[in-house]
Each structure stands twice: as C-alpha cells, then as structure tokens.
Design a binder for this molecule. Sequence first.
Ligand SMILES: *[C@@H]1O[C@H](CO)[C@@H](O)[C@H](O)[C@H]1NC(C)=O
Ligand SMILES: *[C@@H]1O[C@H](CO)[C@@H](O)[C@H](O)[C@H]1NC(C)=O
Length: 355
Amino acid sequence: MIFEMDCEIKLCLVIIFLFSSATNCVFGEPQVPCLFIFGDSLSDSGNNNDESTDAKVNYKPYGIDFPSGPTGRFTNGRTSVDILGDLLGFDHYIPPYANTNGADIVQGVNYASGAAGIRNETGTHLGQDISMGMQLEHHRDIVSQIAKKVGSEEVQQHLNKCLYYVNIGSNDYLNNYFLPEYYPSNGKYNADQYAVALVEEHSTYLKALHDLGARKFSLIGLGTIGCVPHEMIRHGKKLCVEEESKAALLFNDKLKALVDRFNEELPDAKFIFINTAIMKDDSLKFDMMNLICCKVGSNGQCIPNEEPCKDRKMHPFFDEFHPTEVLNNATANMAYSSPDPAFVYPMDISHLVKL
Ligand SMILES: *[C@@H]1O[C@H](CO)[C@@H](O)[C@H](O)[C@H]1NC(C)=O
Ligand SMILES: *[C@@H]1O[C@H](CO)[C@@H](O)[C@H](O)[C@H]1NC(C)=O
C-alpha cells in the first residue's frame, strides 16, 4: 500500500516536471523575470504624456509603425529597449510608470522621461521632466508595491534577478551643457570636469539602485551626439559637431571606468557598458542626403499630423533627435548579442542575463 502510493507520487512528479518544462518551451518564459528601465526620450514609452512639457510626442506621425499608434514613444515604431524586451522573450511591452493600470509591475516598469538627465535641472527649459533622481524615487514606490504582492521575504530575491537598463546622459549635454543661454554648467566646468561630475552623480543613483536590490546592470553609453541632425543644423553645418561628440566620449570613458570600479566594489552585482558611439551595422543602407523622416518644427520634433516619409527604413532619424526603428533595432540586437568587447564590455546582455 505504502509502496504503491510512493510510486504514484513519483509518477505525479514526473508528469508535473514534464508539464512545466513543456510550458517553458511552448510559451517561452522571458530570460529574466523582470526588466526595469531608466532613461530619457530614447526609452520613454509615455511617461511625459501628462507632464507640462514640450518634450512629449503622443501624436501622429509618431508611432506610425507601432501597433497601437502614438504612445509617447519618440520614434516611428519600437524603441531599442522595446526591441531588447522582445529579444529577452517578454510577450508584452514594459509599462510606463505613468500608466501601469492593469499591467503586471512584478515584471518591470519603465521610468524613462523625454528631456530628462542625470542632473535635476536638465531639460527643464522645455517644461517638467522626470530626472534620474525622481525615476529612482518612482522605483522605490514600485518596489514597495511589489513587496506587497510577492511578500517582503521574496521581494529581494525577485529584484536580484531582474535586468536594470539605464540609458541616460545625452540631455545633460544637449539640453544643459551645450545650451549656455539656459544653464550655467558650461561656465562652471570644462568638458572633462563635467563628465567627472556627471558620472559621480550617476554613481550615487546606481548605488542607491543596488541598495534597492538591483544586481544586473546594463549601462548604455552616449552616442555621437554632435552627429544628431538638430545639432548639425543648429550649428549651420553638414558635418558632425566635433566638440559635442568629444564631450560625450569623455562621459563614456568615465562610465566604462565606473563599470570596472563597481564590478570590483560590488562583487554580488554585475555591470556592463554598451558603447553605442561605436556602433556600426554595414547591412543598414540609408539615404545620407535625407537623414530625417518627418517634417519638423523649430524644436526638432515632428509637426503634428504631417505625413512622414514613406520608406522609414531609408532614414536613420525619425525627427531631428531620435533614431528610427530600423536603427533602434540594430542597436538593440548588438547590445543583446555581440562578440566585440569594444561594443559590449565586458559582455553582452544575453550573457549578463544568464549569470
Ligand atoms: C535631485 O532630485 C532628487 C529627487 O527629487 C533629490 O533627492 C536630490 O537631492 C536632488 N539633487 C540635487 C543635487 O539637487
Ligand atoms: C533587426 O535586426 C536583426 C539583426 O541585425 C535582423 O536580423 C532583423 O531583420 C532586423 N529586423 C528589422 C525589423 O529591421
């Protein structure tokens, strides 16, 4: 009798095991249980929609290639981190903090805000934005909500397994340091001192994020911001504004050094640096005479309801600041998987999530 029961239990366990591995296969669990996103307009998916700011784009033609149309994403389709979420196996987009209604926050939240930076004042000449410090406060709020859902014992274990994607800093240059008519930082710091100050402030936020349970950090470096069309046009040039791109490279150098420092000081965590400034994808073919897809206003954003270009794949930028989905796709794919340590340091995201 006892022997028989034992057999039945074993059989039952085998069936449960088969069933659970089958569900893993069929429905494709994401490679991490959760993804939290910090950043600016490159990652914003609607957090600025209800802010009083010029830096919001929940109108056509933005979202023309996104299934639900304009959402507040600053591009024609998906952002890089949307595509990264797809590559990681998420079956839904990570909800913006401003609207988590009906979403499962346990699987992550997107705090990114257009025009925001590491410094609190960054971008504020355009109106309100949600700086890195505020984004961290929002995360603190979400962590306490998650603790109520999964239990205060389990919450740290859960948060340790998530991927934390941080892509911020461009606006500390484009909407701060290089706008001396609005911001005093340019007079206070030379480019090297400014990069040191920014990365130092960033490090305190990242440390606080670690204190909140983050262990897998993907830090995205700045692109060659002097090659953003708005900057070239603003300077009356057809070439990249070297001074601006050089300043961004100084920031990147110091961010990469911070990755080394944190990997030493915080052995329970892993930080990686994604060097988007050196991204090259030879399969992309663009119309270099027409970098931009939509008709823009003086603020560099698309004019509402104007027809954009027909072939979005031929243009690297959608408006004067923001890449099209095809370029976002290249960035996301390389960040997720690349053998080149100059681009993904010291490893790519597909390896980070497996740790
Ligand atoms: C920036 O804002 C955050 C969040 O509101 C605040 O905690 C922090 O003290 C501010 N930092 C500075 C330098 O003012
Ligand atoms: C995205 O990039 C990957 C890898 O380069 C490529 O295979 C895929 O076709 C691209 N998808 C789109 C929609 O451009």
